[in-house]
Write a protein that binds this ligand. Structure first.
Ligand code: FES
Length: 575
């Protein structure tokens, strides 16, 4: 390859003598056993997100082998390189705290090393957003390959999976319905294979949205991690990466405002994870595109939930795969889509739908005219508690609580919550509203998935399954309940959430898209003036923690670092 800006000639180390830089680079890379012929091919980088801590990425080594096969079949030179790997249960204090760090790693390693295109292998919740954010900023041709969902497990004849059933059974254990022995048996059956959580949690949501966004090959989202089709998708992804390098098709050509609108339609139609709205805002933000929450809510008014998957429905990802995968969903919501958006295979979304296998009878994706929920899964709320917005996953809520007024029971922090939630002395009733403060992006820090406040043990034992819960935290995509999240501005910045006191009345009116504290404006102002920021913690003034606290933005802006984004020039959704 003679193009001075391609292959091994890209991104040379600075020695002040480019010819020498290339000479030295080749000397070292030849120690890997490559020939000059190999080194003259288009170079395809492959992110290696394998980690011994990350079971969701257990199959990454074999995926890399299949990607390499595809790259070589298409005439390229595949070179893998490591990036940060984030697993939800192995990321203290929370994976969201580390997402931006991973995105910086991805961006800088794509920039630093010679590659004409990059295959982004991810899967577990924060990895796909971080990969997309990094790739968007680097703007090198890129294509996503997910590790794929786990297959389901079984417990005493009942099908189950991570992690909706983790929460369901844990709730039963807390309520005294399961003993120690049975909960231990269940613990061993919830995650039975490599791959990501097999319900419509954040990983599955991001996979489906990435396919709708156009950054993944058609059919790439749903094939289980252990299925041969997952390896075939990997091989095809590698081969297409060479095509991307030749076509110089960049992320910003694919991830346009109209393409993000398609991804948001997908989020709504699948009843997807609330986390995805934060992640997609962060990815779009890297390209100067702002996600307009009001317009997103308008999309939700005419985008029904069609996919019958846990936590809102009954099936699992392997069932969606057998039902035709994301294409089956795209076909149903086709009239709502921007079909002319270019995708990573060089064809438009509409052309991909036309080229997909013919539809067949199935019961996982409902017809547009017979939805599971007549509106999209997520609604955007405003009110004096959340002037800059909050969200509720209405499709996963108890319908009788979507319009509710109740007395506030306030927890000042995660520590306070852990200390008092199960106390027999806690003054709480089933129709109260649980409020958690200081769990936002700066407050926790990292906006952990603690918005799914547990039902106080004494109420759980009485059979209470759901209550209205409000916080500036996030919630796992696998969770369910009448839960108001992402309240902005967050309480650690003096947002109104910080001003709520025990006994205040709170009104949730999902139909009107309102969440309000029913107190006098003068009283609210007096509390605002009296509010004191939480004292700084010892670990707040050094290292990554310092950078995070100084730079992280609020939920509606994607919780990205302000210095990683260009000024917003366009908005999405566009209608
Ligand atoms: Fe990795 Fe659920 S823990 S996808």
């Amino acid at each position: 390859m003679s193009d001075p800006k391609r292959g091994m000639r890209r991104a040379l180390t600075s020695y002040g003598d480019e010819a020498f830089s290339l000479f030295l680079r080749k000397a070292f890379i030849k120690a890997m056993g490559y020939t000059d012929d190999a080194l003259d091919r288009p170079v395809i980088g492959i992110t290696n997100t394998f980690s011994g801590y990350n079971a969701c990425h257990r199959n990454v080594p074999e995926l890399i082998e299949a990607v390499k096969r595809g790259v070589m079949l298409a005439g390229g030179l595949p070179i893998e390189f490591p990036t940060i790997s984030l697993h939800e249960s192995f990321s203290h204090p929370t994976s969201m705290y580390l997402r931006n760090l991973m995105s910086i790693d991805v961006e800088e390693m794509i920039r630093a090393q010679p590659m004409d295109a990059v295959v982004l292998i991810g899967g577990c919740d924060k990895t796909v957003p971080a990969l997309l954010m990094g790739a968007a900023s680097a703007n090198t041709p890129a294509i996503v390959l997910v590790t794929g969902p786990m297959i389901t497990g079984s417990h005493r004849g009942e099908r189950l999976g991570a992690c909706t059933d983790c929460r369901r059974f844990w709730g039963k254990y807390r309520a005294g319905e399961l003993d120690e022995r049975e909960i231990t048996e269940i613990n061993g059956a919830l995650a039975p294979s490599a791959g990501t959580c097999m319900v419509m949690g954040t990983a599955s949501t991001m996979a489906c949205m990435t396919e709708a966004l156009g950054m993944m090959l058609p059919g790439g989202a749903a094939a289980p991690a252990v299925h041969a089709d997952r390896l075939r998708a990997a091989e095809a992804t590698g081969a297409r990466a060479v095509g991307l390098a030749k076509d110089r098709l960049t992320p910003e050509q694919i991830m346009t405002p109209r393409a993000f609108e398609n991804a948001l339609r997908m989020l709504l139609a699948i009843g997807g994870s609330t986390n995805a709205i934060v992640h997609i805002a962060a990815v779009a933000g890297r390209l100067g595109i702002e996600v307009d929450l009001e317009a997103f809510d308008r999309l939700g008014r005419d985008t029904p939930v069609l996919v019958d998957l846990k936590p809102t429905g009954q099936h699992y990802m392997e069932d969606l795969f057998k039902a035709g995968g994301v294409t089956t969903i795209l076909r149903e919501i086709r009239p709502l889509l921007n079909e002319d958006c270019l995708t990573v295979n060089g064809r438009t979304l509409g052309e991909n739908i036309d080229a997909a296998p013919a539809p067949f009878p199935q019961d996982v994706v409902r017809p547009f005219a017979d939805p599971i929920f007549r509106e999209g899964g997520i609604a955007v709320l405003r009110g004096n508690i959340a002037p800059n917005g909050a969200i509720i996953k209405q499709s996963a809520a108890n319908p009788t609580l979507l319009q509710h007024t109740g007395r506030a029971v306030v927890f000042a922090s995660l520590e306070d919550l852990a200390e008092r939630i199960d106390s027999d002395d806690l003054d709480v009733a089933a129709d109260d509203v649980l409020v958690l403060q200081s769990a936002g992006p700066k407050g926790a820090p990292g906006m952990p998935e603690s918005g799914y406040l547990p039902i106080p043990r004494k109420l759980a034992r009485q059979g209470v399954k759901d209550m209205v819960r409000i916080s500036d935290a996030r919630m796992s995509g696998t969770a369910f309940g009448t839960i108001v999240l992402h309240v902005s501005p967050e309480s650690a910045m003096g947002g109104p959430l910080a001003l709520i006191r025990n006994g205040d009345l709170i009104k949730l009116d999902t139909e009107a898209r309102r969440i309000d504290l029913l107190i006098d404006e003068k009283e609210l102002e007096a509390r605002r003036l009296a509010w004191q920021p939480p004292p700084p913690r010892a670990e707040d003034d050094r290292g990554y923690r310092k950078l995070f606290l100084e730079s992280v933005e609020q939920a509606e802006r994607g919780c990205d670092f302000d210095f990683l984004k260009p000024p917003a020039t366009t908005r999405t959704p566009t209608r």
